[in-house]
Design a protein around this ligand. Structure first.
Ligand SMILES: C[S@@+](CC[C@H](N)C(=O)[O-])C[C@H]1O[C@@H](n2cnc3c(N)ncnc32)[C@H](O)[C@@H]1O
Length: 340
């Protein structure tokens, strides 16, 4: 039985290598058609789906069966016909309005297609020194559409952190600053969970402008402040959060950020880093290795193991470093550390 499993794993990875781009398009087409949305209201036959989407059953059946093979749908045979239903993973993550939806992230991945030439260049040169034009955050300063798309995807990613932040007790803190907090997705959740906590999001001016236009921010108590983590003073806080920030920066930039936080933090205060963490041997989780291949062509950053985070934090004065591993699909893990 074991060798069958290995064989299935091999077949899977080889299929991904040969047809990965097709899997990506199949998933995206299903999302765009609204297959998962429709099936979240209950199972359906190929015929009824064909009517709903005004399509021929001929190829639609193939699409639905592929989604079953990908374990996103399941098919149950009844006497009359086959019924297609969402698997739990599809209901949770592939339906737009689900609290854990990653549809925005999938849509955004289109903008992060890997440029093979650039990857070869980076592989040859080692560290990738970004020019101002290449810095994705600088680019967004002048491109409102790119900025909106990027931060819509950030919202989608940020929502996957809810189960993790619920495992951390913020009750002991009075003030929290979310550095690079985008349009406030995590901050708003914390504001709801901790009515007494004073919460500020700091981000670049164009992001704060965008945040101020969002209906979600029109009636909540999160404060939005524009600033540059590298250039400006930070608002005072008992706890700073850095969610998906350090992965974008090399170690020397991380040192600048962490030493600045340490300087502004009150004694007894804390820092919470939400960032996905590589296994110690730097192999796995798979999606992090793959994402790192995309990251190094666009950012100066990298994925880090827990001991690499520990070293960065300890070097900048932090102690009591504690790891929180996500216990379900989540694009973050957590590391909490203190200033004595
Ligand atoms: C990968 S996004 C993460 C967003 C958010 N924290 C989350 O987890 O969804 C990185 C964020 O850092 C912000 N950022 C980049 N450079 C910055 C800087 N120099 N100062 C302040 N924020 C910055 C970006 O605008 C963006 O919102």
């Amino acid at each position: 039985m074991e060798s069958q499993g290995t064989c299935a794993d091999e077949a899977n990875i080889l299929c991904q290598m040969v047809y990965g781009h097709v899997i990506y398009e199949v998933g995206k087409i299903a999302i765009e058609m609204g297959v998962f949305e429709t099936l979240s209201e209950g199972g359906a036959t190929c015929q009824s789906l064909a009517e709903k989407f005004s399509m021929s059953e001929v190829h639609l059946e193939k699409l639905l069966n592929s989604l079953c093979a990908l374990k996103l749908l399941k098919k149950t045979k009844t006497k009359e016909n086959d019924i297609y239903e969402n698997m739990q993973v599809a209901s949770e993550y592939l339906v737009m309005d689900s609290p854990e939806s990653i549809v925005g992230v999938i849509k955004m991945s289109e903008h992060f297609k890997v440029d093979k030439k650039k990857m070869m260049e980076c592989l040859k040169n080692g560290e990738h020194i970004l020019s101002n034009e290449e810095n994705i955050f600088n680019k967004m300063e002048h491109n409102e559409v790119a900025c909106t798309n990027f931060h819509t995807a950030m919202e989608s990613i940020a929502k996957t952190s809810y189960s993790l932040i619920k495992a951390i007790d913020f009750g002991q803190y009075k003030t929290l600053v979310d550095l690079g907090g985008s349009t406030g997705t995590i901050a708003r959740q914390l504001a709801e969970d901790y009515p007494e906590l004073d919460i500020t999001v700091l981000d670049l001016p164009e992001v704060i402008d965008l945040a101020s236009t969002l209906p979600a921010n029109s009636n909540n108590r999160v404060k939005f402040v524009s600033g540059d983590i590298f250039k400006d003073d930070l608002p005072e806080a008992d706890i700073y959060t850095l969610c998906h920030i350090l992965l974008d920066w090399n170690d020397s930039s991380c040192d600048i950020i962490l030493s600045k936080i340490y300087k502004h933090l009150k004694p007894g205060g804390a820092i919470l880093i939400l960032d996905s963490i590589l296994n110690e041997d730097k192999v796995g989780p798979l999606y992090l290795n793959i994402r790192e291949m995309m990251l190094f062509t666009r950012f100066q950053g990298k994925q880090r193991s827990f001991s690499e985070f520990e070293n960065l934090l300890a070097k900048n004065g932090f102690t009591n470093i504690k790891l929180y591993r996500a216990n379900k699909f989540c694009l973050y893990d957590g590391i909490l550390a203190r200033k004595n």
